[in-house]
Structure formats: C-alpha cells, structure tokens
Design a binder for this molecule. Structure first.
Ligand SMILES: [Zn+2]
Length: 370
C-alpha cells in the first residue's frame, strides 16, 4: 500500500527506518505544500505500526486494524482538524444533529475522495474542545492498538489558547502514542510546539509523478494529464481538479479564443463572448488564463520549431493551423506572458471582467499577428 505514495521517497525512508530500528518519535511534524501526500502518509504510517499482517509489506490495507484506520474509525485513532463550532463533548460526542451531519460529511469526503477539498460554511479553526477531547482520550488506556495514533491536520490553525492547551499534551504524551502534526505553514506554528516534534519535509510533486498518478489511478488521458500536471505546480489536488470536466471547459474556451484571434475574426469573438457569458466569473477566468498561458507557450514553441516541447499534444493540428504562415510569435511571447501576469493581478483586484476579456482577445490577436 505504501507504494501508492509517490514522490516522497525521502520522507518514507525516514519513517521506514524509524519503524525498523524501533526508534519511533512521539511527535512528528509533516510539513510541505498542499496536495503532496502528507495526510495519506500520516495515516499509512499509523497503519503500518499497527498492521496485523505477518508477511507482507506493511500496511497491508486489509487486516482488521488497517481497515478501521482507512475508515478513520479505529478506537485508538484521534483525528483533529479545523472545524466550525461543533459543541464537541470531552468524550468526543456531537449532540447537535446538524453539526453531526456536517462532521460526518467531512469524514465521508476524507475517506472516499480525499483529494477533494471540503468547505464548511462557517469559519474554521482547531478548537480548544478538540484538545480537551484529546486529553480525555489520553487518560484512558489504549483499546486494542499497538500504538495510539493522533493526527492533527492544519496544525497551524490553532488559536493561541488552543496551542497552549495542546502544548501541555505534547509535553507529557502517554506511552505508545504517536502524534503527527500536519501543516502547510510551518512558520505559523509556535516555536515551543516545533521544538517538541521531529520535522519531516514533503516536497512538491514533480510533473512526471503527477502525470503518472493521473493516468494510472484516475484513468485520465495522457494529454489532459500532461496539461494538468503543468498547471498544478506540484499539487495533486489541483491537478485532479484541473483534469476534471469543469476545467476542460476552460481549456476549450482558451482554444476557441486563440482560433478566432488567429484569423482576426472579431465578429466571431463577440459571438463567443456571448456564448461564454455564464463562465465569465473570477475563478473561471483565472483558470482560463492558465490555459491561455500554456497554449501561448505551445504556439511560441511551434513557431520556433520546438515541436517536442508542446504540452497540448492532442491539439497539435489546431495549434499548427494557428501558427501557419506566421512569424515572430516566439519573440512576442515574453511580453504576452508578462501581460497575462498583470491581468491575473488585476482580476484578483476585482476589475471589470468584460474589459479583461476584450483586452485578452486583443492581446492574443497581437501575439499571433504582428
Ligand atoms: Zn494491515
């Protein structure tokens, strides 16, 4: 199962050694950007030290213990993450039925589609009541596991009061207990917490690792996987989102804009603007610009006869048609990319999106036709 974690060989090596030499720390800090496998590794590590398989690479993923961990319902597993106020009791019960439903939805998402972000409606933080629940848990003896496992996700999202309460549990953890903190923002953690954990860095995933995961585990076609891996900047969650249908729409949109810009079809562009009126929202336009950037780079590469560098290999014929009988695209590309960066900043600052789109079209036209 551990082979499912890709691109984190250094982190896995450290953890494997700790198990082999029986030198497991009481508290770890897994840090690194979002969507690179920190939670999965934490969970699998907890499973590995508790796995009941005798002759397999641990965790096996199907013994009773592994099964309970995978469902996030092992009695010796405590999972803490930022939530709205759930009125959690020290025993870990949620009495309010709406709050309970919300909590269960979160867990369901985490078990079934861990790559999809889950958004609570209200503001979230790691609450003091979660730490109270944890201390209560620590007073009890371990039910059945070899090691009790605690995962604290987004550990930086504790208020000062929560962090101080947590520090007490970290100072005197009970025996046979492993606490794993996870964060994307290590600089936000209290130094007193940092100093009590063993830090393990998780690197951004390489493009080829993301491509491999998308094609083998999500059965995404090679060209889409290739584009998604380039856009995602090492974040698997983003890559999966980009590869999903809603964003392919942005990709088509971007190609249509370039096709019209190539033939200077201004009237056609007005029609297109009308057709995509509903898509013209801040987030979608930001997605669109990512595709525009990659297609522009492809056009520049084609124009300079670097066909091997093309990302959108499935659209090679369309791209070739756009650059036919044109020259100097690779020379104008740099300015165009600067323009896109500037446009991105403007969109973040709430500029009129109609103006943005018109400006974008005109600049695409200029890129392709001197
Ligand atoms: Zn197992």
């Amino acid at each position: 199962m551990i082979n499912k974690i890709k691109g984190q060989e250094d982190a896995l090596k450290l953890l494997r050694k700790a198990i082999e030499n029986e030198r497991i720390s009481q508290a770890y800090l897994f840090y690194g950007s979002d969507g690179v496998g920190k939670f999965t590794t934490a969970l699998y590590f907890g499973m590995a030290v508790n796995c009941m398989a005798t002759n397999e690479l641990k965790p096996c993923g199907h013994c009773d213990s592994c099964h309970k961990f995978l469902q996030l319902e092992h009695p010796d597993f405590v999972y803490i993450f930022p939530t709205p106020n759930l009125n959690l009791s020290p025993e870990g019960e949620i009495k309010n039925s709406d709050a309970l439903k919300m909590f269960q939805k979160y867990i369901e998402n985490k078990v079934n589609t861990p790559w999809a972000d889950f958004f609570f409606k209200d503001t979230i933080e790691i609450r003091k009541e979660s730490i109270t629940m944890l201390s209560k848990h620590f007073e009890l003896s371990i039910h059945e596991a070899r090691y009790r496992i605690v995962i604290v996700e987004d550990a930086d999202m504790m208020t000062i009061a929560t962090a101080n309460a947590f520090l007490k549990t970290l100072e005197e953890p009970p025996e046979r207990t492993i606490i794993i903190l996870i964060t994307e923002r290590i600089q936000k953690l209290l130094p007193t917490i940092l100093s009590r954990t063993q830090p393990i860095y998780f690197r951004p995933l390489t493009r080829s690792v993301i491509e491999e995961i998308l094609t083998t585990e999500f059965e995404i076609s090679a060209p889409i996987a290739r584009t998604a891996s380039r856009i995602s900047a090492g974040n698997l969650k983003t890559a999966i989102r980009v590869a999903s249908d809603s964003v392919s729409l942005s990709r088509n949109w971007a190609f249509e804009i370039f096709a019209l810009a190539a033939t200077k079809d201004d009237l056609g562009y007005l029609g297109l603007a009308k057709a995509y009126k509903d898509q013209q929202k801040k987030d979608q336009v930001i997605d669109l610009l990512k595709y525009i950037r990659i297609i522009a780079s492809d056009l520049g590469a084609l124009n300079a006869n670097f066909e091997a560098e093309i990302t959108n290999i499935d659209k090679i014929d369309d791209l070739k048609a756009m650059v036919e009988n044109k020259s100097g695209i690779d020379d104008r590309l740099y300015d165009f990319l600067l323009f896109l960066e500037d446009l991105n900043r403007k969109i973040e600052g709430n500029v009129n999106l109609n103006l943005v789109m018109t400006n974008l079209y005109l600049n695409c036209k200029h890129l392709l036709n001197s």
